[in-house]
Design a protein around this ligand. Structure first.
Ligand code: SAH
Length: 248
């Protein structure tokens, strides 16, 4: 899959693309990330990409012309009709289901806004979908783009060290969309605190039951909506329901 990222700050992506477990996905181009700077498509000596907002007010607005030229150059290179995504507080909140959809697709063009945002006419003409990271405001779309790329890359086959270990993460349908259980490692005792006996038991079924119970417990406490969803989807067993009844 290929992601073309339109950003005024391509240098922000350099360390991101060579670090951590996902670097393999980028380096092998399993997730092919190409960076484009609208400034390279801007005109005049000053290579202007932003201007003052019509109607006045603070800040600057990204001009539509360099963005459209940049997008045209990308589309000329891409054979597929890639969707154009704009990161914006206006967009739909990114979640696991959304990440799964992106990770099963051919990629996209990711547009990172800066300043007060981008000229609405570019959005109306070219943007297919707007994606938000949450109900807060970032200085630019780059962190949102990296969040999407990272979440997508780790779902690709073979990217995580342990094959498909993402299936054991929070929200994954493989674990019925529950939150993850707590994790422990050495030392067995730390500052007077032991690790749960079940995890040290070496008994596979006991370990799995313990983990399942903790997932249910933490999800019931923190995100009861996810319990409701798992129940509605028929994913809770009688043993699960018995544990949940005890918590109530
Ligand atoms: N004036 C805008 C915020 C602009 S912030 C508003 O009040 O809605 C500059 C850029 O950061 C935006 O164009 C967008 O690309 C990015 N951005 C800010 N908050 C974001 C969020 N919650 N999710 C995704 N992108 C965001």
């Amino acid at each position: 899959m290929r992601f073309d990222v339109i950003t005024l700050f391509p240098e922000l992506f350099a360390p991101f693309l060579v670090s951590g477990v996902t670097r393999r996905a980028y380096e092998t181009r399993q997730v092919d990330v190409r960076l484009w700077n609208p400034r390279d498509f801007a005109e005049g000596n000053y290579k202007r990409v932003d201007d003052r907002p019509f109607g006045g007010g603070p800040g600057m607005v990204m001009m539509p012309v360099p963005l459209a030229k940049c997008l045209a150059a990308i589309k000329a290179e891409r054979a597929d009709p890639a969707p154009v995504v704009l990161f914006s507080p206006v967009g739909d909140r990114l979640d696991h289901a959304g990440v799964e959809r992106w990770s099963a697709g051919q990629g996209a063009v990711l547009v990172c806004g800066r300043y007060e945002g981008i000229d609405q006419r570019f959005i109306d003409r070219h943007v297919d979908v707007q994606v938000s990271l949450g109900d807060f405001v970032l200085s630019g779309g780059e962190i949102a783009a990296m969040a999407l790329l990272d979440a997508v890359a780790r779902l690709q086959p073979g990217v995580l060290g342990d094959e498909d270990s993402h299936q054991f993460d929070s929200f994954n349908p493989a674990l019925d969309g529950l939150l993850d259980c707590p994790h422990y490692t050495r030392p067995e005792e730390w500052e007077g605190l032991g690790a749960p006996a079940e995890l040290l038991s070496g008994h596979h079924a006991r370990i799995e039951r313990w983990r399942r119970d903790r997932r249910l417990e933490i999800t019931a406490r923190r995100r009861p909506d996810l319990i409701d969803r798992a129940r509605a989807q028929g994913r809770l067993t009688p043993a699960d329901e018995a544990l949940l009844a005890k918590l109530a």
